[in-house]
Design a protein around this ligand. Structure first.
Ligand code: NAG
Ligand code: NAG
Ligand code: NAG
Length: 387
């Protein structure tokens, strides 16, 4: 029974978006930030009056603000002198005004910060950091994450694009030599491109797919590779121009080459992407079917299915994803589907299907699908059913 509960939770977690946690926890606008003379954290969703000092606390990634000191000189912005005890600490963890920087850069930035919205402020911060001789990657990565959170709001993402953020910020930092920076830039990329045909078109036109494919294919760090795959998926899903370009650029080969060496969960992400591509405009995807067939995916699908079941027979989400893509490719691939695990799995599905709670026939459907896919190779399964 506890197994069953676990499964239901899994089901509910399916397809969470890039920004889901932010959206869920975002309070309403009546929540207004009240500034004091001390730095105070701006909570998620709070509206912030203009004319305050802002900074980003890198320790917790939170924005902070306070009232402008009256008669405030440059010295009083940022790391105030009376903070001297904490100031060493803060220096490690807070971006703001760097007092060693040229005073005019500082003032210019301060001006913009006073006038600007949060998005403009972050553009300013990031430019400011990039201009430093010794760029602090931690600061850059943190600013990119900050931008990502901000871009979860549609208006901000649109503005980010209009301010040429894709070229000025994303393309620059996906090329970073630092893994954390690359990953943060890619996560931001996915958020900005998600559901934005305008952005997708721009990416195709500016050679972004080539960059992403190169990145994905050369990337050694699994987290970054996964982030690159995510961006690719966001851009080519539901956007035929990008999808065709992806195929034209050899995207399927790149995915195929990487596939065998990826961790299991990333393999599942890859076949999910293929499933989505195959099921969009199904009637026109014969070319894709053929390409995947020729690249040996019939075997890949079947082997991944066996692997997923053997690793965790209760990972129904992944099992479902395998079965669905196998089903789409069945007319070409069925003869490759050899099943050593379906007996065990089918028994489990039947059991779960009989329990109350499978009202929409999730398990029964999976079981039916599986029988259909493996019917020729598992005729012995039918006769062994009662064992
Ligand atoms: C990359 O940046 C992170 C901070 O974001 C830092 O901790 C790490 O040491 C940097 N790695 C390299 C190789 O510079
Ligand atoms: C990123 O790197 C690639 C290949 O090294 C290069 O062609 C491209 O111009 C670089 N992009 C930026 C914005 O630096
Ligand atoms: C199971 O199949 C039935 C009939 O084909 C369908 O109406 C239902 O939505 C399916 N349930 C799930 C969870 O896929």
């Amino acid at each position: 029974m506890s197994v069953y509960l676990h499964v239901i939770v899994w089901g509910c977690l399916l397809r969470s978006g890039l920004c889901s946690t932010v959206e869920k926890t975002k309070p309403k606008a009546h929540n207004r930030f009240v500034a004091t003379k001390e730095w105070k954290t701006i909570e998620e969703g709070q509206t912030v009056p203009s004319g305050l000092h802002y900074r980003l606390n890198l320790k917790n990634g939170k924005k902070e603000a306070k009232l402008i000191d009256s008669g405030g000189s440059v010295e009083q912005h940022g790391l105030a002198k009376d903070d001297s005890k904490q100031s060493q600490n803060l220096k490690q963890n807070t971006i703001l005004v760097d007092r060693s920087a040229a005073i005019n850069v500082y003032e210019e930035m301060q001006q913009q910060l006073l006038q600007g919205d949060q998005l403009s402020n972050l553009f300013t911060y990031i430019e400011f950091e990039e201009k430093k001789k010794q760029v602090d990657e931690k600061v850059i990565a943190s600013l990119l994450s900050e931008l990502q959170v901000l871009c979860c709001e549609a208006d901000n993402a649109d503005n980010f694009y209009r301010k040429n953020g894709i070229q000025k910020i994303i393309y620059k930092h996906v090329n970073s030599t630092n893994k954390s920076t690359r990953e943060a830039a890619l996560t931001l990329f996915a958020t900005v491109a998600d559901h934005r045909p305008m952005v997708k078109k721009h990416v195709v036109e500016t050679g972004g797919l080539t960059t992403l494919l190169r990145l994905f294919s050369l990337e050694k760090h699994p987290d970054v590779k996964r982030a690159a795959l995510k961006v690719l998926g966001v851009i080519i899903r539901n956007f035929p121009v990008a999808r065709n370009k992806f195929v034209e650029l050899g995207g399927l080969h790149v995915i195929t080459e990487s596939f065998p060496t990826q961790p299991l969960k990333d393999k599942v992400k890859m076949i999910t992407l293929l499933y989505d591509l195959l099921s969009e405009r199904r009637e026109k995807s014969a070319d894709l079917d053929n390409a995947l067939y020729n690249l040996g995916w019939c075997t890949n699908f079947n082997e991944l299915f066996q692997e997923v079941v053997m690793v965790n027979i209760q990972d129904f989400d992944s099992i479902e994803k395998c079965l669905l893509v196998m089903d789409l490719m069945a007319s070409k691939c069925k003869k490759f589907y050899k099943n050593d695990v379906s007996f065990q799995l089918n028994r489990q599905f039947a059991l779960l299907g009989e329990l109350d709670g499978d009202e929409d026939h999730y398990f029964i459907n999976l079981s039916t699908l599986m029988s259909r896919l493996f019917e020729s190779s598992s005729s012995d399964f039918e006769t062994n059913r009662e064992l």
